[in-house]
Design a protein around this ligand. Structure first.
Ligand SMILES: C[S@@+](CC[C@H](N)C(=O)[O-])C[C@H]1O[C@@H](n2cnc3c(N)ncnc32)[C@H](O)[C@@H]1O
Length: 288
C-alpha cells in the first residue's frame, strides 16, 4: 500500500485517484459493480454519460485496475443493462477485452421459476416454485429481467480457482465413488449463481447495492487462503467491505460520494462489533 492509504478503509475519492495511490501488483481480487449508465438516481453521481464517454471512462479504470492486480489476481465485474438497452454489459466487456482474458462468464440470477416436472421425481419439493424478488413490468415486449453478468477477468486466463469453496453437494451420492475427480461430497456449482436480494435489503440507503453474498462468493471462489487484499473501486454502501469483514480478509475501497462512503464505513464498524459480540457469546457459553 502506498502514500498513506490504510487497509480496511473506504476512502471518499474518485477511484482513478485512489488507484493511482496503490502499488502495482498489490491486489489479489477486485469485486465491483460500476454505475451502469442507465440513469440511476445516485446521491451525487450523474449516471447519464454518452455511451462513448462511459466506455472510455471504464476502459481507463480497467487499465488502472490491471496495473494494481497481481499476475494471478481475479477481477469480478458485475454489470447489467436495461431491457430497452441491453448492450451495456457486452460493450463494456469488449472494452475490457483488449486488456484482460475473460476467464469465466458468471450469470447472476436473482429470481427464478422452476416447474415441478423439471425438478425430477426424486426431489422432495412437489410443487412449482418461484424464488427471488419479482417486480412486474408493464410491457408486452420484454420479460422481467432477473439476470446480470459477473465477468471474471484475469491477466492470463489461467488463474486456478477454489471452486469447491462455493461448491454444491452431489444430489446423487453414488457419483462420489464413481468419479475420480470427486474427492468429497462437493461439486463445482457452475457459472449460474442464484443469489436473491435479501427480503430485508441490506442497504436501502443506496439505490444500486448488490447482495453481500455476491462478493462473498467471488472472494471464496478466488480462494481466501491466498488473498492479501481485495479492492472495490466503486464501494457504494460497502457490500464488498462487509463481505471481506465476514470472511476475515483485508480490503480497500473507493467511493466518490462521502454520503455513501460514510454509510459503508459505518456498516463495516457495525459488522465488526457484531462479530466481536458473537465471539464473546461463544466464549461465555463455553464456560457455562
Ligand atoms: C453500482 S454502485 C455500487 C454499489 C455497491 N456494489 C453496493 O453494493 O453498494 C456504483 C457506485 O459508484 C460510485 N461512483 C461513481 N463514480 C465514481 C468514481 N469515479 N469513483 C468512485 N466511485 C464512484 C457511485 O456513487 C455509486 O455509489
Amino acid at each position: 500500500m502506498k502514500r498513506g492509504l490504510e487497509r480496511n478503509q473506504i476512502y471518499s475519492i474518485d477511484c482513478l485517484d485512489g488507484l493511482d495511490l496503490l502499488d502495482s501488483n498489490s491486489v489479489d481480487v477486485i469485486v465491483t459493480s460500476p454505475p451502469y449508465n442507465i440513469g440511476i438516481q445516485y446521491n451525487i453521481y450523474d449516471d447519464k454519460k454518452t455511451r462513448q464517454e462511459y466506455l472510455d471512462w471504464l476502459e481507463k479504470i480497467a487499465i488502472s485496475c490491471k496495473r494494481v492486480m497481481k499476475n494471478d489476481a481475479s477481477f469480478f465485474l458485475n454489470i447489467g443493462g436495461t431491457l430497452a438497452d441491453p448492450w451495456t454489459p457486452f460493450d463494456v466487456a469488449q472494452r475490457f477485452r483488449s486488456h484482460f482474458v475473460l476467464q469465466n462468464t458468471i450469470h447472476w440470477i436473482n429470481s427464478i421459476a422452476i416447474s415441478k416436472e423439471d425438478l425430477g421425481i426424486s426431489n422432495k419439493i412437489n410443487r412449482n416454485i418461484a424464488v427471488g424478488h419479482y417486480k412486474p413490468i408493464n410491457s408486452k415486449r420484454f420479460h422481467h429481467d432477473c439476470h446480470e453478468f459477473i465477468f471474471h477477468f484475469t491477466k492470463g486466463g489461467n488463474v486456478a480457482l477454489d471452486k469447491l469453496s462455493i461448491g454444491v453437494e452431489y444430489q446423487d451420492k453414488t457419483n462420489i465413488n464413481r468419479w475420480k475427480i470427486a474427492t468429497s461430497d462437493k461439486r463445482d456449482r457452475g457459472n449460474v449463481w442464484f443469489i436473491p436480494y435479501p427480503t430485508i435489503r441490506e442497504s436501502r440507503e443506496h439505490p444500486a447495492s448488490f447482495p453481500i453474498k455476491l462478493p462473498e462468493m467471488c472472494i471464496k471462489d478466488h480462494g481466501i487462503s491466498r488473498i492479501e487484499l481485495v479492492l472495490d473501486p466503486f464501494m457504494g454502501s460497502g457490500s464488498t467491505a462487509i463481505a471481506c469483514t465476514r470472511l476475515g480478509v483485508n480490503f480497500i475501497g473507493f467511493e466518490i460520494d462521502p454520503y455513501y462512503s460514510d454509510i459503508a464505513n459505518n456498516s463495516v464498524n457495525r459488522e465488526i462489533e457484531a462479530i466481536k459480540s458473537d465471539i464473546t457469546k461463544i466464549s461465555i457459553s463455553s464456560y457455562l
